[in-house]
Ligand binder design. Structure first.
Ligand code: CO
Length: 158
């Protein structure tokens, strides 16, 4: 009886988890091999706010293998990465007050996680966005496409 009740409760929890999974919230992982576990993030344009959690699943310290999650227009990525190098580790490899950065988490090391919440007001449907890590040398491997709205449909319509 107790077991049945437990099973019933976990089934309900699972069903609830699927029913209420928020498409405006996501988690991405970084590791000690300088990799993200996602290469594409897609967000519906119905989201007014987006919440991204970056979890460093590795064990290395931030100074050695730190990761962040930064969002910008794809065309701005290389210049932001250059500016980040100048900002240095003390500033979390983030150029201060850089208007091209749409959203950024802080830099985290192994076992740490960090969350950023941002408004989608600055995002345009169909624009090419990328997310990337600003630790020097990381962005060439640690980057991915960020899709806002039905960009596949927009691309077809062109
Ligand atoms: Co990184």
């Amino acid at each position: 009886m107790t077991l049945l009740r437990l099973l019933g409760a976990s089934a309900l929890l699972l069903a609830g988890g699927f029913a209420y999974a928020d498409p405006c919230q996501m988690t991405i992982e970084g590791n000690d091999l300088m990799q993200y576990n996602l290469h594409e993030i897609s967000v519906p344009s119905s989201c007014t706010e987006i919440e991204v959690t970056l979890k460093h699943a590795g064990r290395m310290q931030a100074k050695v293998m730190g990761h962040d999650w930064v969002l910008a227009k794809t065309s701005d990525v290389s210049s932001i990465v250059n500016a980040a190098m100048g900002a240095g580790f003390a500033r979390g490899y983030l150029p201060e007050g850089d208007q091209r950065i749409i959203a950024a988490t802080k830099l985290v090391g192994g076992g740490e996680s960090t969350t950023v919440r941002f408004s989608t007001r600055m995002l345009q449907e169909g624009m090419s966005y990328s997310f990337f890590c600003t630790t020097p040398g990381h962005a060439t491997v640690m980057h991915g496409r960020f899709l806002f709205g039905d960009t596949k449909r927009l691309a077809r319509a062109k």
